[in-house]
Design a protein around this ligand. Structure first.
Ligand SMILES: Cc1ncc(COP(=O)(O)O)c(C=O)c1O
Length: 397
């Protein structure tokens, strides 16, 4: 009989550290050998949370807003979320029954997967995609069904044909992320209509992670799948957070919107494992959502400059092609012309050239032959990192 301390739930065997965490372990080893790496890896904005949001938090603390929050989310925040969804996304949700405030988008994803899945149910996931979706699927007893994307003229696409090909009778949900991490595609209204039709035909719930909605370029604009296809209403759950839009990743405030029955079940999951974000952080979130949005436009301007900087820095290297993202703050770089596995290129960039990026294959086999370069950090980090990246790629070639 195994000792209690060494026996584990079988579900844990499927949990994997995120790519960023695995690579961080390698970075520490490189540091021990004397390498001083510059990181173009993480999706953490280096911009500060805007002052009026911080002020609202400080004021909330001074006013003693330190008790337990309403576990569904403070009503003022749910109302601010409902108003935001109407204003920015043309969506109507009832603050009383159809919105749940969560500790970040991470918890929203966990809550909806735990709500939906029975043992053996499948969740369809684009390949490649943000790698932290897989473990919560497994933790909820589900299995992942990848849907291969393809690159068409430097843009990753998810087609209805690929969805149909990957479909299985066990599929319960499709988890979509637009703007799409890591590849930077902003799905068009037309693409979303096709995907929505697939979900209806196959009786799937569409879980829509829209966390990068505010960061788009070159005229691309985020459309929520439900706005593209209102018929999805009863099978649609939106997941979002303030982490990226307002540079608030450490505040842990997010929200979900969906049919009242699903939101009620997600609320029960939340009550058993959290009580929601801190009350004063929720007050700050109201200030963010309802306050002036000049700060968001300024951030978009800053990311637009950084994106141009990345594309310019990687221009003209034989065998290398940076793909301009339509949204988010990552650029995928096609390095298939270098003839080496993306993980090998990544390791050589770290160990020989002191720059940290993520190999595309970490997000799924369809991204083999690419690297993900983050411009969530700017300034000297970005300039220094790009210089090393360019030199490294030229040498590896
Ligand atoms: C696509 C996507 N969803 C969710 C998250 C996590 O969001 P949060 O920090 O609000 O939990 C991230 C963070 O990188 C992300 O890239």
């Amino acid at each position: 009989m195994p000792a209690v301390a060494t026996s584990r739930s079988q579900r844990l065997q499927f949990l994997k550290p995120t790519a960023v965490n695995s690579i961080l372990a390698e970075v520490r080893q490189a540091q021990e050998r004397g390498v001083k790496p510059v990181s173009l890896m993480r999706g953490e904005p280096d911009l500060k949370t805007p002052a009026h949001i911080v002020e609202a938090c400080v004021e909330a603390l001074r006013n003693g807003r330190t008790g337990y929050p309403d576990n569904r989310g403070e009503m003022a925040l749910r109302l601010a979320v409902a108003a935001k969804l109407h204003r920015d996304n043309s969506l109507t949700f009832d603050a009383g029954t159809e919105i749940l405030v969560t500790p970040g988008a991470t918890f929203g994803i966990y809550a909806i997967l735990t709500t939906l899945l029975n043992e053996g149910d499948a969740v369809m996931l684009p390949d490649p995609v943000y790698d932290a979706y897989q473990s919560p699927v497994r933790l909820a007893g589900g299995e992942v069904r990848p849907v291969s994307s393809r690159i068409v003229e430097g843009r990753f696409e998810l087609t209805v044909e690929a969805l149909e090909k990957a479909w299985t009778p066990a599929a319960k949900a499709l988890l979509l992320n637009t703007p799409w991490n890591p590849v930077g595609t902003v799905m068009t209204r037309e693409e979303l209509r096709g995907i929505a039709g697939f979900c209806e035909r196959r009786n799937l719930v569409l879980i829509s992670d829209e966390i990068y909605e505010a960061i788009t370029y070159d005229g691309a604009r985020h459309v929520s799948p439900l706005a593209a296809e209102p018929a999805l209403r009863e099978r649609f759950v939106l997941v979002n957070a303030l982490s990226k839009t307002y540079s608030m990743p450490g505040w842990r405030v997010g929200y979900c919107a969906g049919p009242a029955a699903l939101i009620q079940s997600m609320f029960l999951v939340l009550q058993q494992s959290s009580r929601g974000p801190a009350t004063f952080a929720q007050d700050a979130a109201v200030a963010a959502l309802a306050g002036p949005h000049v700060c968001v436009e300024e951030m978009r301007g800053e990311y637009t400059r950084r994106r141009a900087q990345v594309l310019a820095a990687l221009d003209g290297i034989a065998g290398v092609k940076a793909m301009p993202p339509e949204g988010g703050f990552f650029a995928m770089v096609d390095v298939s012309g270098l003839g080496l596995p993306s993980n090998t290129i990544r390791q050589r960039l770290l160990n020989e050239h002191g720059v940290v990026v993520v190999h595309g294959a970490a997000y799924g086999p369809a991204a083999e032959g690419t690297l993900r370069v983050s411009f969530a950090s700017g300034g000297e980090v970005l300039a220094g990192g790009l210089k090393r990246l360019r030199e490294g790629l030229e040498r590896i070639r």
